[in-house]
Write a protein that binds this ligand. Structure first.
Ligand code: 3PG
Length: 245
């Protein structure tokens, strides 16, 4: 599969669900629920033993999803993610070994930073699209606004402490393309397979309107901005594809 860029990934949807998938969870059902709610970009974290199997199943069964692997903290995990079918990588930090391993896979990497020095280090390695983590406890919206002064070229996906209550404040910032978070797939809803609740939550943040069967309505207002996996990467760094609110 042709590698996609991080600006392409970050432009697909305003929210990237951050998922920790336990072995008993129907990963494909979860992916379908999120995609039908208008959130096609999925980050499956390497925090459970079932993570890579979940990525493989989702990538095969839900081609509209853009499935990535998160919590990449060791070099060997990058190749494992590629082998499982991941299309992008996310790390909470920025280490030489993870950067090198990601480069070898040719997968787009979203490296994590929480300070100006870390941001500059990532910039020296060629990264302009960064995860701001842990966002809320590292200064939140105010910190990102401050970063935009000296580093106006950098685009962020803040994660960590983002919620239904504060995500719009982050998305309103000029240097934020999307946010990540676990709140769109609450643990209890995932465990009980409550896909209707998860689709509904996803739709409430993506702008997709669902019909009675949880499939996107045909007159879906989000189709004018929401693209799907497999589409050619337009290379449109920083193009704002978010729904107009
Ligand atoms: C991440 O890995 O991006 C975060 O742990 C997600 O944080 P949240 O659970 O606060 O959304």
């Amino acid at each position: 599969m042709k590698p996609i860029s991080m600006e392409f990934v970050m432009g697909r949807a305003p929210v990237i669900p951050v998922l920790a998938i336990d072995p008993e969870v129907d990963a494909v059902g979860l992916a379908r629920a999120l995609v039908s709610g208008g959130l096609p970009v999925l980050e499956v974290t390497l925090r459970t033993p079932a993570a890579l199997a979940a990525v493989e199943a989702m990538a095969k069964a839900v081609p509209e999803a853009v499935v990535g692997v998160g919590t990449v903290v060791r070099a060997d995990q990058a190749q494992a993610a590629l082998d499982a079918g991941a299309q992008f990588l996310v790390s909470p930090g920025t280490t030489d070994s993870v950067l090198q391993a990601a480069e070898q896979t040719k997968l787009a990497l979203l490296p994590g930073i929480s300070s100006a020095s870390e941001l500059m280090r990532a910039g020296e390695a060629g990264y302009t699209h960064l995860k701001f983590f842990p966002a809320q406890s590292s200064g939140g919206v105010d910190a990102l606004r401050a970063f935009n002064g000296p580093f106006p070229q950098v685009r962020f996906c803040p994660t960590g402490g983002i919620s239904l209550q504060n995500y719009l404040a982050y998305l309103a910032l000029p240097n934020v393309l999307c946010v990540g978070g676990s709140w769109v797939a609450p643990t209890d809803a995932v465990a009980s397979g409550d896909w209707a609740r998860i689709s509904g939550l996803a739709a409430s943040v993506s702008g997709v309107r669902l019909n009675a069967h949880n499939a996107p309505a045909t007159d879906n207002s989000a189709t004018d901005w929401h693209s799907v996996a497999g589409e050619e990467d337009p290379g449109s760094a920083d193009e704002d594809l978010r729904p107009k609110r």
